[in-house]
Design a protein around this ligand. Structure first.
Ligand SMILES: Cc1cc2nc3c(=O)[nH]c(=O)nc-3n(C[C@H](O)[C@H](O)[C@H](O)COP(=O)(O)OP(=O)(O)OC[C@H]3O[C@@H](n4cnc5c(N)ncnc54)[C@H](O)[C@@H]3O)c2cc1C
Length: 505
C-alpha cells in the first residue's frame, strides 16, 4: 500500500446528486469535504427529474429551494390512462400536508449544475477527471487511491462517502453487493417534445396492449418519456426520434407527435439494495446503495435523503461535537427507509405491469376502488413524506405517544425551524430547563412553542409537552410531559450521541 501524501476528513466519491448534495450539506454544517468525479466534465443527461415534496422541504432547509423552483416545473397531478386515453385513475398532491404540494421537475444535469454552482459559491470545486481506483483500510484509516491524468495520489481519509452510482468502487471495497432482482423487459428513456395535448402540471402513464408510455413534464415544454422496447429487440445503437415515436404511438394507441429528441438511453429496472450501508468509516449513498424502479420516481430522491441524513451526523462527529457511534444510526435509519422506498416503487411498478397485462388479455384496465383516506396515504407515500426513523437508537420518547406525529417521523412544521442544530419545542407551561440548557444549549435551541405559534394539536401535544426536532427535521424525542423525570430522560437521550458543551457553528 503506497503511503498517503494528503489527508481529508471526508472524501466524497462521485458528484451525482448524492455526492454533490452531501458536499453542500457538509459545508452548511461546517465541514469541508473533498469531492472527486471521474467524468472529465459535467454531463448533459436528463435521467432522474421529479423531485418529491419531501426532498423540496430538504432543499428548503439547505437554502437551495429558490434555484430549483426557478429551474423546474411543478407536477401536481398524475393521471393513469388506458386505451383511447380513458382515465383509469388519478392522484393529486393537494392536501398532503407539506409546504410543497407538488413535484419539481427538471433534468438531472440541471439539478447537478445548481448543486455545483452552490458549491463553487462556497469555495468548493468538484475535482473532475479524478477517479477513485481503490479504497483500502488499515488500523490507521482509509487509504484512497486517486488517478488523474495518469498520475496517482493516495489520500488518507477519515471517512469516505461512496456516491459513485450503480458501479461503486466504495461498495466493492466493502465487499457489498446490490442484492435483489432485475425486472423483466428493456426500456427507453428520452427527453423530447410532443404534440399530444395534455392537462397542465400533470404527469401521465398510458397503458395499452403492447406496453406503456410514461410522460413526465420538463421545463421548456419538453417531456421525459419512458417506453418499453419490443421483446427480443437487443440493438445497441441508440434509437432515433422516429423509433421512439413509433413505439410510443404503438403503446398508447394515439399519435403523440414526438419531435426534437435531445437525449435518450436504454435501461433496465431493478429492485436491489445492499445488506448494510456502512462499515463505520465508509458510507454508501444513492444508487451505490440501492436501485429502485424509476416508475416510482424515487431514485434521485433517495439519493438526496441519504445525503441529508449522513451529512449532519458526520459533521457533528468530525467537529468532535458527537460520539462516533452516532454514525451507526445512518445504516439503521436509511437502510430501513430505503427498503420502504424500494417497496413503494415496486408497488407502482407492479401496478403498471398488471394494467398492461389486463390490456393484453383484452380486459378493460381498472383499479380497485379507494376512498379519500387511502388516496391520501398513497399520495404521502409517493411524496416520501411518510419516511419514518422509528426504532432508530436516535429516537426516544417518554410516556405514551399522543395522536400527533410520533418520534422518528418528520415534524410537519420543520420548514419553520432554521439553522443546523436541534430544536426543543416546549408547549404549555415552561418547566425549569436551566440544567438542560447549560449542558446542551450549544446543540439545542429551546423554543417557547406557544409564543412562536407552533400548533400544539399538530404536534400531538394539546395539553403541553416537549418535542425535540433533529437538524434534519425529524422528531428525535417526544413527550406529553415536561416534568423533571421527562427532562432527565431527554438529557439522557441527548447524552447517548452528543458531547456536551461543544460550541455549535
Ligand atoms: C437512464 C436512466 C434513467 C433514469 N430515470 C430516472 C427517473 O426518471 N426518476 C428517478 O428518480 N431516477 C431515475 N434514474 C435514476 C437516477 O438517475 C439516479 O437514482 C441518480 O442519478 C442517483 O444519484 P447518485 O448520485 O447516487 O448516482 P449517479 O447520478 O450515478 O452519480 C454517480 C457519480 O459518481 C461518479 N463516479 C462513479 N465512480 C467513480 C469513481 N470511482 N471515482 C470518481 N467518480 C466516480 C460517476 O461518474 C457519477 O457522476 C435514472 C437513471 C438512469 C441511468
Amino acid at each position: 500500500m503506497d503511503k498517503p501524501t494528503s489527508f481529508a476528513p471526508v472524501l466524497i466519491v462521485g458528484s451525482g446528486p448524492a455526492g454533490s448534495f452531501a458536499a453542500c450539506e457538509l459545508l452548511r454544517h461546517g465541514v469541508t469535504p473533498r469531492i472527486v468525479e471521474r467524468r472529465p466534465a459535467p454531463h448533459h443527461e436528463t435521467r432522474g427529474t421529479a423531485l418529491q415534496p419531501a426532498v423540496l422541504e430538504i432543499l428548503d432547509r439547505a437554502g437551495l429551494i429558490e434555484p430549483f423552483l426557478r429551474a423546474g416545473v411543478p407536477i401536481k397531478h398524475i393521471q393513469l390512462l388506458g386505451p383511447g386515453l380513458r382515465e383509469i385513475g388519478h392522484a393529486d398532491l393537494a392536501g398532503i400536508g407539506c409546504k410543497y404540494e407538488f413535484q419539481c421537475s427538471l433534468p438531472q444535469w440541471r439539478t447537478e449544475t445548481i448543486l455545483r454552482e452552490h458549491l463553487q459559491g462556497l469555495g468548493l470545486e468538484i475535482e473532475f477527471g479524478t477517479e477513485v481506483t481503490s479504497i483500502e483500510d488499515d488500523a490507521a484509516g482509509l487509504h484512497v487511491t486517486l488517478t488523474r491524468d495518469g498520475q496517482t495520489e493516495v489520500v488518507s481519509a477519515a471517512y469516505v462517502l461512496g456516491a459513485g452510482g450503480g458501479h461503486s468502487v466504495t461498495r466493492h471495497s466493502m465487499q457489498e453487493h446490490l442484492d435483489g432482482e432485475t425486472y423483466g423487459g428493456r426500456y427507453i428513456v428520452a427527453d423530447v417534445k410532443l404534440g399530444l395535448p395534455a392537462p397542465p402540471e400533470c404527469g401521465r402513464v398510458i397503458v395499452g396492449q403492447s406496453g406503456f408510455g410514461l410522460f413526465s413534464p420538463l421545463p421548456d415544454d419538453r417531456w421525459l418519456i419512458f417506453v418499453n422496447r419490443d421483446e427480443g429487440d437487443e440493438r445497441t445503437e441508440l434509437p432515433t426520434a422516429g423509433d421512439v415515436g413509433r413505439l410510443l404511438n404503438a403503446r398508447t394507441g394515439v399519435d403523440v407527435e414526438l419531435n426534437d429528441l435531445r437525449w435518450t438511453s436504454y435501461f433496465k429496472m431493478h429492485k436491489r439494495t445492499v445488506r448494510t450501508l456502512s462499515d463505520g468509516r465508509r458510507f454508501l449513498l444513492g444508487d451505490a446503495a440501492h436501485l429502485s424502479s424509476p416508475l416510482g420516481g424515487e431514485g434521485i430522491n433517495s439519493a438526496f435523503m441519504d445525503a441529508a441524513d449522513i451529512a449532519w451526523k458526520l459533521a457533528l462527529v468530525v467537529k468532535g461535537a458527537a460520539k462516533p457511534s452516532l454514525l451507526d444510526s445512518y445504516a439503521i435509519e436509511r437502510g430501513h427507509a430505503d427498503h420502504q422506498v424500494l417497496n413503494a416503487s415496486d408497488q407502482i411498478h407492479t401496478l403498471v405491469m398488471d394494467l398492461v397485462a389486463m390490456c393484453e388479455g383484452g380486459a378493460t384496465p381498472t383499479l380497485p376502488a379507494t376512498d379519500p383516506a387511502q388516496n391520501l396515504i398513497v399520495a404521502r407515500r409517493r411524496s416520501m413524506l411518510d419516511v419514518s426513523y422509528a426504532g432508530s437508537p436516535l429516537v426516544g420518547q417518554a410516556g405514551m405517544p399522543g395522536d400527533g406525529p410520533l418520534s422518528g417521523q418528520r415534524f410537519p412544521s420543520c420548514h419553520r425551524l432554521s439553522g443546523t442544530g436541534h430544536h426543543l419545542l416546549v408547549f404549555g407551561d415552561r418547566p425549569r430547563l436551566d440544567r438542560l440548557h447549560a449542558r446542551w444549549g450549544q446543540h439545542v435551541s429551546i423554543v417557547d412553542a406557544s409564543a412562536a405559534r407552533f400548533d400544539a394539536a399538530e404536534a400531538g401535544l394539546p395539553k403541553g409537552g416537549a418535542l425535540l426536532v433533529r437538524p434534519d427535521g425529524f422528531i428525535g424525542f417526544h413527550s406529553a410531559s415536561t416534568d423533571p423525570a421527562t427532562i432527565d430522560a431527554l438529557d439522557a437521550h441527548l447524552a447517548t450521541y452528543l458531547v456536551p458543551g461543544i460550541e455549535r457553528r
